[in-house]
Design a protein around this ligand. Sequence first.
Ligand code: S3P
Length: 441
Amino acid sequence: MEKIVKINNIIKSFKKEITIEGDKSLSIRWALLASQAEGKSKSFNLLKSEDVLNTLKCLKKLGIKIRILKNSCEIIGNGLNGFKYKKNITLNAGNSGTLGRLISGLLIHSKTKIRIVGDRSLSKRDFSRVTEPLGKFGAKFITNYGKLPITIKGTNSPKSIIYHELKGSAQCKSAVMFGALNSNGTTTIKAKKSRDHSELLFKYLKLPIKIKKKKNFDLIKIQGKKKINPFNYKIPGDISSSSFFIILTALSKNSHLKIKDVNINPSRVGVIKILKMMGVKIIFKNIKNYKGEKNADLYISSSNHLKPINCPTNLNSSAIDEFLLIFLVAAKANGISFFKDLSELNQKESPRLLWASKILNKMGIKNILTKNSIKIYGNPKLKINKKIIIKNFMKDHRVFMTSVIAALTFGGKWQIHDKDSIKTSFPSFLKKVSFLGATLT
Ligand code: S3P
C-alpha cells in the first residue's frame, strides 16, 4: 500500500539535541574496502539503510563473510580480489549509484562474468561514466546503452591507466581508485574537486597513494597490488542527513538544535558555507580529527534575515546532495538567488533540478529553470494555505525529505507520498522529525 505522510501544521519552536545516523559515503566505502583487506575489520555506527545493506548483500554474494551485530558490523576480507567468483552472479545495487559504481571498480579482475542490476531509478542513471574508464584497465563491460544492467568480465592482468575526471564526481573518481588497487603499476587520476573520503581512507590504510592538490583539480597517483590490512572504523554522523535538520531549525521560529558528532570533511561542507553566506547561524564545536576525517558537534539557531545568493560554482560538488534544501532557504530569502552549472543534479536518483522547480511552483515561489541552472525569487513573507501533493515517481528519498521540511516550515496542507523512500539513506528521519515536535499523520 502507498504510504503517505500528511502534514497540516508548521513545527512549533524547539530546543533539542540529536544524533544522526552514520555517513552513507563512508559506510559504503568502509564495507567495500574491508572486503579487500586480509582479515577481520569492524565498524561502529555503520548506517543501516538500504543502500548500505545492499552493499553487504552484494559482498556476501561474492563470498565475503559478514556479521551484523547490535552495535557493530564485522567483515572478514579475503584480500585484494579475494571474492569467490561463482557462475552467473547478479549483484543488485538497489537504489545506490555509489554501490553500483564503486563495486564495479573492485570487479575489473573478476574471473567470471558478473551482472549488476538496480531499481527503476538506478536503471535510468548513467553508468558509462564508470564503465568507460574502468574498461581501460582491460576489463570488458557490456551495458544497456550506457545504463544498467551491466555485465563485467574482468581481465587476467589489469594494467594501470591515466584518467581525467571532469564532472566533479566522487563516484567516478572512487570507482577508478578502487580499480587501481587491483592493477599492475601506477594509475594517475586528474580529478575535478569532489568528496575525498576514498583518498583519506587509502592514506589511513597506508596504501601507496600520492595526492597533489591544485586550485581546480587534484592529481592522484595510486600504485596497485598492495596488501590491505583490516581496519576498525567508527562512522561519524552524515552531514547530508544532518542538513535536513539544520534547515528545519534555520527556517523555524525561536529554535535551537545541537547535532552531535557529524562529519565535517572540508569536501562535504559546501552546504554549510552556502548557508552561512545566506545568513544561517551554524557553529562547529568540539572539532576532532578521526583517521584523517574531521568531525564536530553542530549548533544551529533560527535565522530570521536570510539573504539571497549568487552561488559560487566551486561549491557545487561539495553541496551536491543538499541543493534541494538550499533552494528552500533561497525561497525564504529576501531577494533573488541564482544557482548555475548544476546539470549533475539531474543525474541523481531523480532529476532533482526539475523537481526543485516543481516543488517551488507548487509552493508559489517564482523560479526560472534552465537545463543546468535555477533562479529563485525568494519571498520571506510567504505563508502557504493551499493543499500540496508530492508524488515522486522515482521515489527519491531526498525529494520526500525536502518536502517534509518545506511542509514543516512554510505551512499548507501537504500530502507527501513514498514515505518508504527514507529507508535508502535515513531510516530514522521521521522519528527524529517527530522528536523535535512535528505532528505527522
Ligand atoms: C557520493 C558522491 C556523489 C553523491 C552521492 C554519494 C559518493 O555522487 O551525490 O550521494 O559517496 O561518492 P557523484 O559522485 O555522482 O556526484
